[in-house]
Design a protein around this ligand. Sequence first.
Ligand SMILES: [Zn+2]
Length: 430
Amino acid sequence: MKKIITFLIKNKLFVAIVFLISISSWSTVALANANSIVVESDSVNVRVGPGLSYSNMGQVKKGDKLAILAEKNKWYQVRLSGDKIGWVASWLIDNTEVSSATNKVGIVKVPNTTVFQKNNSDSEVLGTIEQSQKVTVMYQEQDWSQILYKGTAAWVKSQFIQGTQETSGSSNTSNDDIKTVTVTQANTKLRIEPNDNGRAIKSVDVGKKFDYLSKSGNWYKVRDTDGSVGYIASWLVTISGSKSAVKSAATNISEATIVIDPGHGGTDVGAESSKKTYEKNFTLQYAKAIKADIEKTGARVVLTRSGDDTKSLGDRARLSSKIEADAYVSLHFDSSDQSNAGSGVTTYYYGKDKDGQLATDINNQLKNLAIDNRGTQQKDLYVLHYNSQPSVLIELGYINSSTDYKHINSDSYKAAVAKDVTNGLKEYFK
Ligand SMILES: [Zn+2]
């Protein structure tokens, strides 16, 4: 009897061990299955290394299934057809909100730079980074920079990061074409260092011009006529002759950062329709529809306002340089002095070199809308003039024309506009 019990216990143990082994091999199989991904964006660049600074070796398309070999800094190493191996940005696959093509590489300037969870020194400390280490900078505010840290988004004080000009693969982002930097904000400081803590050498007014020398992160090194040299924040100025200075590094819409500007808002209602509805509400609805459509490509989209907020034209234009947008699209609806006197869609641009191509590419797509197309036109509009990035302003029909209004107020027209703007941007980044 005792012998039998011992046998049973031993046998149970044996069964248990067999069971455990089978569970662990089962889960290994499950993991192997989970280690592949399906591309959800229309097309995603494959790079030779885990970062936008590596050159592009090809593309994968929506629906492609890729085997993941490794993961590093939010990039997946994947196997492609023909047994080639490359890297794709995980956020373009997962379509999470950290997607940004304008990531830059920064160098940590001081030893043991603290990494915070939020842009606030009271937030949790995630660790430290050693001096001279390179970090991927995803976004910069005046005092804080958002970086990639151990696979997640984290924050460090901007003053501890030295910006470099290294962006994505393209190396011909020549700054030689830039001639003049013009100040667009009153009381702008020329500083001794490229950050807000740098001592101010002088304070200058709107319209003041400097010779451009070089770029350091989001700051420009400039020279005044009296020979003094200093740094000026790029979001407070505009550059002339900057044909390639703002040329997007993105070679695919999925890598781009795009600003959509819903015109008017808050106390500024814009034009009024005969139905007593306002331009500001339509621009916001259209901006949200366009944003949703563009985001399907994997691109990062930022709105200048997402609610009924009053925003200055300066703030709207500056957001574009602040986040180094690859394209900026401002949305409006026209109105004529008398109702039913005007009709049509118009795409405006300011600088031919800077904005012309973007205007052409978007307007070409807007040609099959229910409202007639009036083509592209050059016009000195504030949000375009004081915008350092490629920018256009679209008037999507006359709000005080009863025929245009019928379309403007319809979901089908809105959906068609969203699709056309997205397709225009896809074309532009090709
Ligand atoms: Zn307007």
